[in-house]
Ligand binder design. Structure first.
Ligand code: FEO
Ligand code: CA
Ligand code: CA
Length: 631
């Protein structure tokens, strides 16, 4: 493949390489005049003042994690690491639950072939690559995890060819290693293991039949020669974050779907709506060369059948996944559900792209436990978030009146609708999480290296730093977490108040806004918040996907990690560190809350099998020595 040398790029960087945005003019400095307004940002203006007066009492009085008071956390925070394994606090232990290539069925190869990365026949019978969002379901007392496999690492998964995707068989193998695994897990004498051959075990991949539902189902925009009715799509692509519905189904979110499509005809004129979504002439894995469905010169409507939230019933292995077009089409990160006061279903959704938007879906129908649910994610209204600098905001409904677009167009070309409605361009919305014990939502804005005066997104919307907004910093390398408090304590409300829960930064290196907010100190340095889940006690768990060079502006941050945050005090402490090169992403708990499952994606080192072995994305189980609760 032409861009083999780019195979180590993150999806985000790959997109930047293939879809460069216009250069923005030079920017001097952000004058952070309005940051002192609220929350734990309270004293962020004391940049450079080591003994800053923080809004959270003695939060900064210590400079070492180990010396931190335990607060609400039942563990002693850990230091950073730069090594090739996982670390957890004293009194906790971890083991590997599942690695790429581990059999889900006994007819798969029992061990991963280190020379080939596994054969084609086994590739849809094993745990897939690049584990990401996951949720555990208690199905009749059995523990069933649904877990995403976001993308593949060509050089790791096709080691025999050095990552060259040379045949339809290579493509099919890569397609099989992505998507979703549903697997039963159980705790035995050897700890937590996959229950091989469980009737719940299932692989959903890039060729699994799915049903298209909601307003865009059957629309000519989604019709293809193979599916003239526009109702049945094959596969779900780039499954990133996750969600769970109140009725016990799994939501898998299609993120960088654009990168799978290309054109074998270099002169093929791309449809006008492709540009906003970054769909170009060259795909990342040569799918377009070996599988005509991904060659847009032959199947130009195929990309419009991806970029959705997909609902999967983990209790029914024969059920078809359902693409819920009412939740919009964009680079979906995850889907965080809440039930409004009147029973309507609310789903918060982020679009992970520089300068794109944060969304909320509100159903028209009402959720009744035990009642019908199939309509709840098909019939409702999408809204885009507008954050005002006075600390208030509004969810703006994406209606035909507000956007000048039809209902179907709003579902399929959602980015354009959000632009028309005047949403706030954000610093890459990653995971959204809803606090189970307070009516508030959180979104990780991971970073935005291109936020600068005069810069726009692909829709022409300005992506400038705005003092006093959720996106105040130019060339934002560290990221922040915004949260909102819906009016009337009702997730269906259109109005909200907001603040920044944390601005990551490095007070040891910077004396300006890049020092971070008041709840950042030498003991909890991190960058690029990404995955987030609340536990049942209302602790916010934060996972990172950032620069782990541990140098320069990232000195003192170490490998990617998982931290725990107290929403009430703002205190943030480090709980787990991942192996060098990995991203920590995906978090769920056993039903008894005595084990947490954490995803380790694309380790750079040969984790977990050791030197001379292929690196394998893994889910690890973490528990307390004393058997206590971990969430
Ligand atoms: Fe797949 Fe935006 O992370
Ligand atoms: Ca992510
Ligand atoms: Ca990320």
């Amino acid at each position: 493949m032409k861009d083999t040398d780019l195979s180590h790029l993150s999806w985000d960087d790959w997109d930047e390489h293939h879809n460069p945005r216009p250069e923005a003019p030079e920017f001097d400095a952000v004058v952070e005049t309005a940051l002192s307004r609220r929350g734990f940002i309270g004293s962020v203006l004391a940049f450079g003042s080591g003994a800053a007066v923080m809004g959270v009492g003695s939060l900064l009085s210590s400079t070492s994690a180990e010396a931190q008071a335990a607060g609400r956390f039942a563990f002693t925070p850990i230091p950073i690491q730069t090594d090739a394994t996982v670390h957890v606090p004293e009194g906790y232990r971890w083991s590997v639950l599942a690695r790429w290539g581990d059999p889900l069925f006994s007819d798969a190869a029992p061990d991963l072939d280190q020379a080939t990365g596994g054969d084609l026949a086994s590739s849809d019978r094993v745990f897939g690559e690049n584990t990401d969002g996951m949720e555990l379901f208690n199905i009749g007392g059995r523990q069933v995890i649904a877990v995403n496999h976001e993308y593949v690492n060509k050089d790791v998964n096709l080691p025999a060819s050095g990552g060259d995707v040379a045949s339809a068989e290579d493509v099919r193998k890569l397609q099989n290693l992505q998507g979703v695994t549903v697997m039963e897990v159980a705790q035995g004498e050897d700890g937590w293991q996959i229950v091989v051959d469980s009737p719940f075990n299932r692989r959903i991949h890039h060729n699994t039949e799915t049903r298209i539902a909601g307003p865009a189902a059957g629309d000519p925009l989604l019709q293809t020669e193979a599916d003239p009715e526009g109702m049945t799509a094959l596969g779900t692509l780039n499954n990133c974050g996750s969600g769970r519905t109140p009725w016990g189904t799994y939501l898998t979110c299609e993120e960088n779907f654009n990168g799978y499509f290309g054109s074998t005809d270099a002169d093929f004129e791309l449809p006008a709506d492709y540009a906003r979504y970054g769909i170009g002439h060259e795909g990342r894995y040569a799918y377009e060369v070996h599988d005509a469905r991904f060659d847009v010169s032959q199947t130009p409507n195929e990309p419009r059948r991806f970029g959705y939230v997909v609902e999967i019933d983990p209790a029914n292995p024969d059920s078809r996944p359902v693409k819920r077009t009412a939740l919009g089409r964009f680079k979906h990160e995850n889907a965080a559900c809440a039930v409004a006061r009147d029973g309507r279903v609310v789903v918060y959704l982020g679009d992970d792209e520089r300068g794109e938007y944060l969304y909320k879906y509100v159903s028209n129908g009402y959720y009744q436990p035990g009642g019908p649910t199939d309509h709840l994610l098909d019939d409702g209204t999408l809204h885009v978030a507008r954050f005002d600098t006075d600390g208030t905001g509004e969810w703006v409904a994406l209606t035909p009146e507000a956007t000048g677009m039809s209902e179907v167009e709003i579902c399929v070309l959602t980015r354009q609708a959000a632009s028309a409605a005047g949403g706030t361009t954000m610093d890459r919305p990653e995971w959204v999480a809803v606090n189970p014990i307070a009516v508030e939502g959180y979104c990780a804005l991971t970073n935005n290296s291109r936020r600068a005066p005069g810069w726009t997104n692909a829709g022409g919307d300005l992506v400038e730093p705005v003092s006093g907004s959720p996106n105040p910093r130019a060339e934002n390398r560290y990221g922040q977490i915004v949260r909102w408090f819906p009016s009337n304590d009702d997730h269906a409300a259109n109005l909200f108040r907001w603040d920044l829960y944390v601005m990551a930064g490095n007070p040891g290196v910077h004396a300006d806004a890049n020092a971070g907010s008041g709840n950042i100190h030498q003991g909890n340095l991190f960058n690029s918040p990404d995955g987030m889940q609340f536990d049942s006690a209302g602790i916010l768990w934060i996972q990172t996907d950032g620069d782990d060079s541990n140098e320069d502006g990232f000195a003192g941050m170490g490998n990617n990690q998982m931290l725990a945050g107290d929403p009430e005090t703002g205190e943030i402490v480090r709980f787990l560190t991942g192996p060098q090169g990995s991203e920590v992403t995906g978090l769920t708990w056993s039903s008894d809350r005595r084990t947490m499952f954490v995803g380790i994606q694309h380790p750079g080192a040969p984790f977990p099998d050791g030197e001379g072995r292929l690196p394998r994305s893994s889910v690890v189980a973490v528990w307390r020595d004393d058997g206590g609760l971990v969430g």
